[in-house]
Design a protein around this ligand. Sequence first.
Ligand code: PNS
Length: 161
Amino acid sequence: MTTRIGVYPGSFDPLTLGHLDIVRRGARFVDRLVIGVTSNPSKEPMFTVAERLEMVRRETADLGNVSVVEFDSLLMDFAEREGATLILRGLRAVADFEYEYQMAGMNQQLNDRIETVFLMADVSLQPIASRLVKEIARYGGAIDKFVTPAVAADVAAKLVR
Ligand code: PNS
């Protein structure tokens, strides 16, 4: 039997409860889920790639079939190297659709052997976005409904520096 490998790529700056929900859901329907943390996010990150890797590893340590890998290449090249047949992406609202549709379409043109699959996080976690978590935290708001206690502490530590 072939092993079904999925890649869940992202910036994870920081990892949210929405991301974790997608990881848990995704890990159920693949044999191995590789979380790809991009070392080259389009926006200026709050956390270095080493910090984001450590954060994602720590928060997914209880999931036996999940591993966390840094990548700095085209996503489709990374997925091919990992032997993946699936790319997982979380889809939140209509606002996400345009961007995700474009990426999935262009990635399909780059490599038609790897399929992009969209998952929906739990409805209660739908609105969470890393960008807004950082904004709320910068203005002193509580982020404990959006991230784990350890990630909330990581964000707080960045802001006191
Ligand atoms: O969490 P994000 O920031 O929405 O994730 C975006 C990510 C990492 C999936 C995307 O930027 C990406 O795939 N980067 C790798 C470079 C690449 O393949 N670009 C072409 C996409 S069509």
